[in-house]
Design a protein around this ligand. Structure first.
Ligand code: ATP
Ligand code: MG
Length: 449
């Protein structure tokens, strides 16, 4: 048999010929029993009383005992008494003479397996009883074997389980150590990453500052260079004018020429120095130096209208419309300078870029309130922007009108004011020839008092 429970242990029924011990004091009866049983194929040993029968058991190891009840030296009842105490596993069939039913009952009480009455008229009865008794022996042995094997298996499995439990414990401990180590490593890695990230942010800041400074220097170079050229030519003209004056060679026409060219030169110098000064002004705003401005309470609708009004000279053929909910109070407490920068950058961009090819242009602005947020919805109907332009619009010095006046700082200033200073957000959406739209959301500005 080979299965899950019994493994490879052999549980085959015994094939050895069963041995039967026959105890009877009557020789004829005894030998008749012996003959019949031998005919059935059993190995038979015999004895003529209980005592000698008992002695034979240990040497012959019978599988079954047939014993008479009334015998000299030791009768069947006493034999049964001792035999069941010493060899409880061997079944005993008692053979009784007729009329001894009391003894038979006693024997059955003492554990006899069965009884037969003498004389045996039907040998089949003997065979049936013997076969049953031997079958019981076989089953008991098999049962015992099973039990034994099961116990061994349980022991083996228990030992195996204990071993794997120990291994698991060990594994668990190792895992815990491993997890702890890995967690520490991860913490260290995260810490390193954070530092690396901070360094990256820092170096990105430095890089953009570097770009900013380089850009500003470059931008300043042009107006300053031109101013300087005009100034040095003016200084040359003054020198020759002075020389002519001292030599007494100065004619009226020379004087007039000098005056007009000095005026031209100084105009040029002023124009270009103004450009340089504007640039420096803008550059200052990039770093969003707000310390000089004062925080105050003001009405945003009124303020926006003022800013647009101040831009009017530059807004030929541009209509501007500001929509807002009349029932809503738009009083805010912050730096008004932020809003003049935001509004003028948006409006001038629409004029300069959006409406550059158009004779006319329309700007619509709407103020909305959504929960704690103030929303500025700005829209023009100009030439709009490509995706590529939109992606770079907030980059410092990104301009599609470089060389013709654009420094590319306007939207960068707007972005910094909205996102850093006002903790809000700005979104641009536009398509070529579909105008440009900016949605600015500003949290917690509205005065609820
Ligand atoms: N309303 C708009 N319509 C079309 N293009 C726009 C609009 N606003 C901005 N742009 C594009 O975005 C670019 C960047 O704008 P930004 O205001 O930063 O720089 P700029 O106007 O070129 O220069 P600056 O404002 O410093 O004088 C512009 O050059 C232009 O191409
Ligand atoms: Mg601009």
């Amino acid at each position: 048999m080979h299965n899950r429970f019994f493994g490879e242990m052999s549980l085959k029924p015994e094939v050895a010929t069963p041995t039967i011990l026959v105890i009877d004091d009557e020789d004829i009866v005894r030998s008749s029993f012996c003959d019949s049983l031998e005919d059935y194929g059993y190995k038979v040993v015999s004895s003529d009383n209980g005592k000698s029968g008992l002695d034979l058991i240990s040497s012959t190891q019978p599988d079954l005992i047939l014993t008479d009840l009334r015998m000299p030296v030791m009768g069947g009842i006493e034999f049964l008494n001792r035999c069941t105490a010493l060899y409880p596993q061997i079944p005993v069939i008692v053979i009784s003479g007729a009329g001894l039913m009391g003894d038979v009952v006693d024997a059955l009480h003492l554990g006899a397996f069965d009884y037969l009455t003498k004389p045996i008229t039907d040998v089949n009865l003997l065979q049936v009883s013997v076969t049953r008794a031997l079958e019981q022996v076989r089953l008991k042995r098999e049962n015992k074997n099973y039990q034994l094997h099961l116990e061994q298996l349980v022991e083996q499995r228990t030992a195996l389980l204990q071993k794997s439990n120990q291994e698991l414990e060990l594994h668990k401990d190792n895992l815990e150590i491993l997890v702890n180590d890995r967690t520490k490593e991860l913490h260290a890695t995260i810490e390193n990453l954070k530092q690396a990230q901070d360094q990256l942010v820092e170096s990105a800041k430095m890089a953009s500052l570097g770009r900013l400074v380089a850009g500003v220097s470059h931008e300043l170079n042009t107006p300053l260079g031109i101013g300087l050229t005009f100034l040095s030519s003016l200084s040359d003209k003054i020198l020759s004018f002075e020389r002519a004056f001292h030599a007494g060679e100065l004619r009226k026409v020379d004087f007039e020429n000098f005056l007009s060219s000095a005026k031209k030169s100084s105009d040029m110098v002023i124009t270009h120095l103004n450009q340089a000064s504007d640039l420096v002004q803008n550059f200052k705003m990039v770093s969003v130096d707000i310390s000089s401005d004062m925080e105050r309470k003001f009405d945003l609708v009124e303020y926006i209208n003022n800013v647009v009004e101040s831009l009017k000279p530059e807004l030929n053929n541009v209509t501007f419309e500001l929509k807002h909910d009349a029932a809503q109070n738009y009083t805010i407490y912050t730096y008004p300078g932020f809003f003049s920068q935001i509004i003028s950058n948006l409006v001038l961009n629409s004029k300069i870029h959006g409406f550059s090819d158009h004779k006319k242009g329309n700007i619509k602005m709407e103020l909305r309130v959504s929960g704690e947020n103030l929303i500025i919805d700005y829209q023009d109907d100009g030439i709009g922007m490509s995706q590529e332009v939109q992606q770079q619009i907030y980059e410092p010095f990104f301009s599609t009108t470089r060389g013709t006046g654009g420094s590319g700082l306007g939207m960068n200033i707007l972005y910094n004011l909205v996102v850093r200073n006002l903790k809000g957000s700005v979104r641009c959406s536009s398509e070529i020839n579909q105008g440009a739209k900016f949605i600015i959301e500003l949290p917690g500005l509205l005065d609820r008092s």
